[in-house]
Write a protein of this length. Structure first.
Length: 316
């Protein structure tokens, strides 16, 4: 029996090593940075933390299904999830090392990321079977753990009536593009950035789409889902299969680090959906939260808590 207010995030957990640079290195180039800092990251963990912070005090629970290594990074990542109110009973300790992301951030706050997946690749949908029936109202997925396992988890949770929110990030590599129809067939809410919207639409035969909005409208129609495109400083726009659209703007900010902004959007959107908020206000809160996340270095450092989001639709 699905619990109305329970969110499951099935995804990656990383430790991020972040260096600020004047300009991101090109292939073959070496650039210097004064220092590297470590932060908690991984798209799955970031989304779980954003959801839990925005759900603080509401009774909505956020459970993370993931895998870390038997190492100090893994212990620290687990403690961080717990400190943020995320239920970690479905995080397993695998034999591979904890996932690690190497991130450079330039002066404009833009980043380049390489993820060493490690333990994330050991995540299996079977870990969920400790429940007789999935007690979740919403499952949130991304593209940093094995696709087969994500599909199995989504199907299993959906069987008990849950909704599926899939953030197709990073954009699927060429060898997984043949699986896109299979993924989108079980998705209720698809979240993509502009680049991902175009890439996915092109892989599904709409290569002439020049604008992300056109690509998103195509995807929404093709699989009768809600496709939401995040567009950074331009806000976000959603298309329904019926053709209706909802757009929200973003507050003007001077970004320090955009890492985790998309994850913040997804986590806060998930809470809004679980709370039963209308799509527009859920998107407004998510867009505001994502902008706040860009004001501090590190994916999770600037993510707002529930109290910071009150009245956020008036702030954009
Ligand atoms: O979306 C940002 C995240 O991508 C980082 O925290 C990094 O770990 C990678 O997974």
């Amino acid at each position: 029996m699905a619990t109305k207010h329970a969110i499951l995030v099935f995804g990656s957990i990383n430790l991020d090593l972040v260096a600020r640079v004047d300009a991101i290195a090109r292939p073959g180039e070496t650039v210097l940075s004064p220092r590297a800092d470590s932060f908690f990251g991984g798209k799955g963990a970031n989304q779980a933390v954003a959801a839990a912070r925005s759900a603080q005090g509401t009774g909505i629970t956020v459970t993370m299904a993931g895998a870390v290594g038997p190492d100090p990074f893994g212990e620290a990542c687990l403690s961080n999830l717990k400190d943020n109110g995320v239920d970690t009973r479905l995080v397993k300790i695998a034999s591979e090392p904890t996932g690690c992301a190497f991130i450079t951030v330039d002066q404009r706050g833009e980043n380049a990321i390489t993820v060493a997946s490690g333990a994330n690749m050991a995540l299996q949908a079977d870990e969920l079977r400790e429940y007789e029936a999935a007690p979740f109202a919403l499952i949130v997925l991304q593209m940093e753990v094995p696709l087969e396992q994500s599909l199995a988890a989504a199907r299993w949770v959906k069987e008990s009536g849950a909704k599926v929110l899939w953030n197709l990030a990073p954009a699927p590599p060429a060898q997984q593009r043949g699986r896109l129809d299979e993924i989108l067939a079980i998705v209720d809410f698809l979240v993509v950035n502009e680049h991902e919207a175009l890439a996915v639409a092109a892989a599904l035969g709409r290569s002439e789409a020049e604008q992300p909005e056109e690509a998103a409208a195509f995807l929404a129609r093709l699989h009768d889902l809600t496709c939401i495109v995040t567009m950074g400083a331009k806000g976000a726009i959603a298309f329904e299969g019926s053709g209706s659209r909802t757009s929200v703007s973003a507050p003007r900010i001077a970004p320090i680090d955009t890492t985790g902004a998309g994850d913040t959007f997804v986590g806060v959107l998930a809470t809004g959906i679980a709370e039963g908020f209308p799509l527009e206000s859920s998107m407004e809160r998510a867009t505001f939260a994502a902008s706040q996340a860009c004001l501090m270095l590190g994916a999770q450092a600037g993510m707002p808590w529930r109290g910071d989001l009150e009245g956020s639709s008036n702030k954009i």
